[in-house]
Design a protein around this ligand. Structure first.
Ligand code: PLV
Length: 345
């Protein structure tokens, strides 16, 4: 299965009879594994399925939406530009490389050093601007305008959500008819993953499935919006989960949170809980993910889901818990050790 997709992606680099060949026929993401987690299931007392988005070519789910958007908008482009905490940029760089288009990725100085190198390895020009993602985004918008580049937003665009939605269609196909998740667990940064998953739930008729939307304290723009009853902008990003660090969540994510037809539960964990979750996940599942993903995993490992059920805020699960393992490339053993020192675990 994987080999076929790799060949398919290479197809996009060959000359085509028409410029739309690539856009029409192929996509860059993989159909990722859906794995049962025995240890999480034991902890929760219910079956837990992991949608392994960490195994995407660019290391996270981002390639689904960004690959789709690039194919729709960047076929004839003189170059793409994306501001990113890391993973959106890696997805844009990957898609651009496959399309033979130059990529400029603007990252804030707060992103770990290892991200810069990974972006360069994907053939991207890396520009470091500002302290947080919002600063980098202002520069990306300026570059797009000044140099006529195609702007690739990391989380706020319907084409991204449409691309991300494919992960839920895949889950529906893998679970088979009659099986529906009891809840979906995911992380929220700017809200693109949340919007994509909601789109996917709509596509397969699962809008009654509750979504548990996790952030870390200090990167909690969605939670702040839900509490304020309107989109708000955080003063700063103080969490180490830099890829969740958009100061303002996208409007669509907030609007979904207000919908009476959806059930979105916004919750927070500390950086320490997210880091602890990364370590447990590495030990139990033998997979290393970054802090942004640890935020979601921590909902299981910290007992938060059980607490939500005890408090009557989450109904008893009527099917398996679906965990979106969003992945992320801003992690290696050195970064993990640094985080342990910084957060004193
Ligand atoms: N990261 C974006 C936004 O950063 C980026 O530029 O890469 N999990 C991982 C591993 C991520 O990289 C991200 C987003 C998320 C979750 C959250 O996704 P979102 O932004 O669509 O809610 C500032």
């Amino acid at each position: 299965m994987y080999l076929i997709y790799v060949e398919d992606s290479d197809y996009c680099r060959r000359p085509h009879s028409s410029p739309t060949d690539c856009t029409m026929t192929q996509h860059f993401h993989l159909n990722t594994p859906l794995l049962e987690s025995v240890s999480m299931s034991k902890l929760l007392g219910a079956t837990v399925y992991l949608k392994m988005e960490n195994s995407q070519p660019s290391g996270s789910f981002k390639i689904r939406g960004i690959g789709h958007l690039c194919q729709q908008l960047a076929g004839q482009s003189r170059g793409v530009v994306c501001a990113s905490g890391g993973n959106a940029g890696l997805a844009a760089a990957y898609a651009a490389r496959k399309m033979g288009v130059p990529a400029t990725i603007v990252v804030p100085s707060s992103s770990p050093q290892l991200v810069f190198k990974r972006l360069q390895d994907q053939g991207a020009t890396v520009k470091i601007t500002g302290k947080v993602w919002d600063d980098a985004n202002a520069e990306a918008l300026r570059l797009a305008e000044a140099e006529g580049l195609t702007f690739v937003p990391p989380f706020d665009h319907p084409l991204l959500w449409q691309g991300h939605a494919s992960m839920i269609t895949e889950v529906a196909a893998a679970l088979g008819p009659g099986v529906k998740p009891g809840a979906v667990l995911l992380s929220v940064g700017g809200g693109g993953l949340l919007c994509g998953v909601i789109q996917g739930l709509k596509d397969v008729g699962w809008t009654d499935v509750p979504v548990i939307a996790m952030e870390t304290v200090g990167a909690h723009s969605f939670n702040a919006a839900v509490k304020a009853g309107k989109v708000v902008t955080l003063d700063d990003i103080t969490s180490e989960a830099k890829c969740l660090g958009a100061k303002t969540v996208c409007q669509q994510a907030f609007e979904y949170s207000q919908s009476n037809n959806l059930r979105i539960i916004s919750e927070l964990v500390t950086d320490q809980q997210a880091l602890h979750a990364i370590q447990l996940f590495l030990d139990e599942e033998r997979v290393l993910v970054e802090m942004a993903c640890g935020a979601a995993l921590a909902a299981v490992y910290s007992g938060l889901i059980l607490r939500l059920q005890e408090e009557g805020r989450l109904p008893a699960l009527s099917g398996p818990l679906l965990v979106i393992v969003c992945g992320g490339s801003s992690i290696n053993m050195e970064q993990l050790t640094d985080l342990k020192h910084k957060l004193q675990i």
